[in-house]
Design a protein around this ligand. Structure first.
Ligand code: ATP
Length: 362
């Protein structure tokens, strides 16, 4: 088959290990989309992040933003460096601006235990962890970013914002995701994670969830308070399917769940809205290991596979979904083989070696 659909991908490698893991992901994408793949990817590299701010005085120029906005998808490494900050002391995080400006309300963070991967917890009956955290990413407590106040050095206030419009889209997307996962063997359940027993905002969040659940009767709807969810994610994580939650809760719980399958180097992530998708591993720029060639590229590689799956669904290009599945299978095969093995999973192999093994497995 010839390449009959071309996708324009904006690539923002960013800071720290961002460029290292993005190089690996691009190499794997290149191998998975060669001649005969049925589609093609055109990459456009764009500078943004703390390094861009240091070099140019702008973390993400308007021109860069417009180029990214015009792309079919955005692939991002990591942004921010602890020693490069705005004059007010806050971190340079243009990736958060992308979420707000492009309306990327659903932060999708899959957590899958793979044979040969790290498993600090195990179900005695052998069930595997295979869940997704859907983190609302444009409001919640993060709506207060840049707007919090400290009064007279005596009291500080940040405000949680929950809107009906965003919740309805978030919950509909979560039920849709559970339905797609069920077609591939998932449980077909969405759990709303909130604190509705204490906060009016969270009771509102749950009420809208229940209204949406009534529109998706084929998918099971469940509830969990966030504190109990933290407990059960350690006690029995294999019982969850899709978990949808407020921004701050999702921020915390998704790091917890990454630890269940080997840490940040194993945690892919996507920020999805109605018109755009930004695909970025859940980890940050990891300055403690940057420049040493030892970052685990598997989160970025699995993130690239998520991008292909999203493009496939959005544009009806099945070959693209197939390429994503092949990448996921290649990652699983490398882990199962036990060698090479990235340093954060107890091995000694570097970023490039691991990426080359994934390409060989393709
Ligand atoms: P952010 O606030 O941007 O999410 P952070 O400072 O909280 O970033 P990370 O940059 O994700 O956190 O790093 C957390 C820890 O995980 C660090 O010790 C880092 O070295 C490690 N880490 C993160 N990503 C990887 C990776 N791909 N491979 C190996 N180790 C990683």
């Amino acid at each position: 088959m010839t390449s009959n659909r071309r996708f324009h991908i904006a690539v923002m490698p960013g800071d720290g290990i961002g460029p290292e893991v993005i190089d690996a992901a691009l190499a794997v994408l290149g191998a998975a989309t060669g001649d005969g793949a049925g589609f093609a990817l055109d990459f456009e590299h764009l500078a943004a992040g703390a390094g861009a701010w240091r070099d140019t005085g702008t973390a993400m120029s308007e021109q860069t933003f417009e180029r990214a906005k015009a792309a079919d998808a955005i692939l991002l490494g990591a942004m921010g460096l602890p020693d490069v900050r705005y004059p007010d002391g806050t971190e340079i995080a243009p990736q958060l601006d992308l979420r707000f400006r492009l309306g990327l309300y659903a932060g999708v963070r899959p957590v899958r235990a793979l044979p040969g991967g790290a498993r600090p917890l195990a179900d005695p009956r052998g069930a595997d962890i295979d869940l997704v955290i859907v983190r609302e990413s444009t409001e919640g407590l993060f709506a207060s970013r840049g707007k919090g106040v400290v009064e007279d050095d005596r009291v500080a206030r940040d405000t949680m914002v929950i809107t009906r419009e965003t919740c309805e889209r978030l919950f509909d997307a979560s039920f849709h995701l559970a339905r797609r996962r069920r077609a591939r063997g998932g449980r077909g359940r969405v759990t709303c994670v909130d604190k509705s027993n204490v906060f009016a905002s969270m009771a509102f969040f749950r009420r809208i969830f229940d209204e949406c659940a009534a529109r998706h009767p084929d998918i099971e709807a469940a509830h969990h308070y966030v504190d109990a969810a933290a407990l059960d994610l350690v006690r029995k994580p294999w019982e969850f399917d899709v978990m949808v939650t407020e921004n701050m809760f999702g921020d915390i719980l998704s790091d917890l769940t990454a630890a269940l399958v080997g840490g940040m180097g194993m945690a892919p992530s996507a920020d999805i809205g109605d018109g755009h998708g930004v695909f970025q591993p859940a980890h940050g720029s990891a300055p403690d290991i940057a420049g040493r060639g030892i970052a685990n590229p598997l989160a970025a590689i699995q993130t690239a596979a998520m991008m292909l799956d999203w493009l496939a669904e959005r544009h009806g290009v099945e070959a693209c979904a197939e390429a994503g599945r092949r990448i996921d299978a290649a990652v699983a095969a490398v882990l199962a083989a036990g060698s090479p093995r990235p340093a954060d999973l107890g091995g000694t192999d570097g970023t490039e070696t691991v990426a080359r093994a994934v390409i060989a497995a393709l």
